[in-house]
Design a binder for this molecule. Structure first.
Ligand code: XUL
Ligand code: CO
Length: 437
């Protein structure tokens, strides 16, 4: 059965094309800096936004009725599997990502839930085999069900903690069964509302215990996916523990977990934390912690996670510049953790939105490659720090300098001269590069 009958396979037609259902920039086979675009970008479809979301918001009900909505329960779950592979095939997207509850309905008991998962995982596995599509990552949703009202790994209720452990165990088994490249932890309810009723230190100790158990179990079953933590500063909790890349890295370091994890960074989470996406990526990269990307964008006028498809070329360019600088995304990918707007309710919009995201990232990649190959920003940065290449600067970098030698130098170096950072000029150069590719 086809769920997107009126849509044909989306082809690369190039910049001259006026076909909305074609790529203008994403040419999977185009080689850039020694790798194809497909290898650089490793795009993934986010199951939850594309096959589960229906346009509901806090003020209104669903606006989107999809082909699979004619079914219920496990039948609908099976229909979504079919739709997922048709969608990936038609868009030529190699990866997908899901939460356990996205792919199979929760039962009345853990036993029933796991049975439902087994049915769908077997179906996914068959489809992956015949289509060659891969799982970028899976995760378990330990935030939607009311049992997680006080958290999962950071709950005050040991029975809930035990349930979370059981759910996580199954998630790791599912990941292994489907050969997931990564396994993601996003702690939606791992945070708190008020210290008046919260033992923060104890909650963090417990969260670390859960991660240690996950590492032990993955080793035991031979699940070799890269573990990723996805930082977010708030929403749904007020103070989320994995606030941003830096906070998450220090947590991992404190608990002896750093070697077992990398980060899954999301653009809109970065902006909620008061950072740019490129800041978060650079922070991860300089600590050897860049894992994968959740690609989306927020709205400057709204203070919550709007999960829009990424179309801001300055952001996609700087994102891909950071990725190239870090030597690539490795086992990670560019996962569209993004949803069509409530008013974009037609099935065709799912395609148009992914095309917009993929073309924007491909465009960004081309611009980033030009910035990198022509050393446009590198030359600017190198020149800016040139005082550390010789004289007193070289002594500082080599470790020869002492406070006394710095004082001796400073005493005879008067006046000190600074140079302009030329930010405005550089921004215009960036615009020129983006619109030249
Ligand atoms: C929530 C979010 C999640 C994670 C996976 O803001 O980004 O969808 O990516 O749980
Ligand atoms: Co995300």
């Amino acid at each position: 059965m086809s769920y997107f009958k009126n849509i044909n396979t989306i082809q690369f037609e190039g910049k001259g094309s006026d076909n909305p259902l074609a790529f203008k920039h994403y040419d999977p086979n185009q080689v850039i800096m020694g790798k194809t675009m497909e290898e650089h970008l490793r795009f993934a479809v986010a199951y939850w936004h594309t096959f589960n979301a229906n346009g509901t918001d806090p003020f209104g009900s669903a606006t989107m009725v999809r082909g699979w909505d004619q079914y219920n329960g496990l039948d609908r779950a099976k229909a979504r599997v079919e739709a997922n592979f048709e969608f990936m095939n038609k868009l030529n997207i190699p990866f997908y990502a899901f939460h356990d509850v996205d792919i199979a309905p929760e039962g009345e008991t853990l036993q029933e839930t796991n049975k439902n998962l087994d049915v769908i995982v077997a179906l996914l596995k068959d489809n992956m085999k015949s289509s060659g599509k891969k799982l970028l990552w899976n995760t378990v949703n330990m935030f939607s069900n009311p049992r997680f009202v006080h958290g999962a790994g950071t709950t005050c209720n040991a029975d809930v903690y035990a349930y979370a452990g059981a759910q996580l165990k199954k998630g790791l088994e599912v990941g292994k069964e489907l050969g997931a490249e990564n396994y993601v932890f996003w702690g939606g309810r791992e945070g708190y509302e008020t210290l008046l009723n919260t033992d923060m230190g104890f909650e963090l100790d417990n969260l670390a215990r859960l991660y240690h158990m996950a590492i032990a179990y993955a080793n035991e079953i031979g699940f070799d996916a890269q573990f990723l933590i996805e930082p977010k500063p708030k929403e749904p909790t007020k103070h989320q523990y994995d606030y941003d890349a830096a906070t998450t890295i220090s947590f991992l370091q404190k608990y002896g977990l750093k070697d077992h994890f990398k980060l899954n960074l999301e653009a809109n989470h970065a902006t909620l934390a008061g950072h740019t996406f490129e800041h978060e990526i650079r922070t991860a990269a300089i600590n050897g912690m860049l894992g994968s990307l959740d690609a989306n964008q927020g709205d400057l006028l709204l203070g919550w996670d709007t999960d829009e498809f990424p179309t801001d070329l300055y952001s996609t360019t700087l994102t891909m510049f950071e990725v190239l600088k870090a030597g690539g995304i490795g086992r990670g990918g560019v996962n569209f953790d993004a949803k069509v707007r409530r008013g974009s309710f037609e099935a065709e919009d799912l395609f148009l939105a992914h095309i917009a995201g993929m073309d924007s990232f491909a465009w960004g990649l081309k611009a980033a490659a030009k910035l990198t190959e022509e050393k446009i920003l590198d030359n600017i940065v190198d020149n800016r720090y040139r005082s550390f290449k010789e004289g007193i600067g070289a002594e500082i970098v080599s470790g020869k300098a002492t406070l006394a030698s710095l004082e001796q130098y400073a005493l005879q170096n008067n006046p000190i001269k600074n140079e302009s950072g030329r930010q405005e000029r550089i921004r215009l150069i960036l615009s020129e590069v983006i619109f030249s590719v």
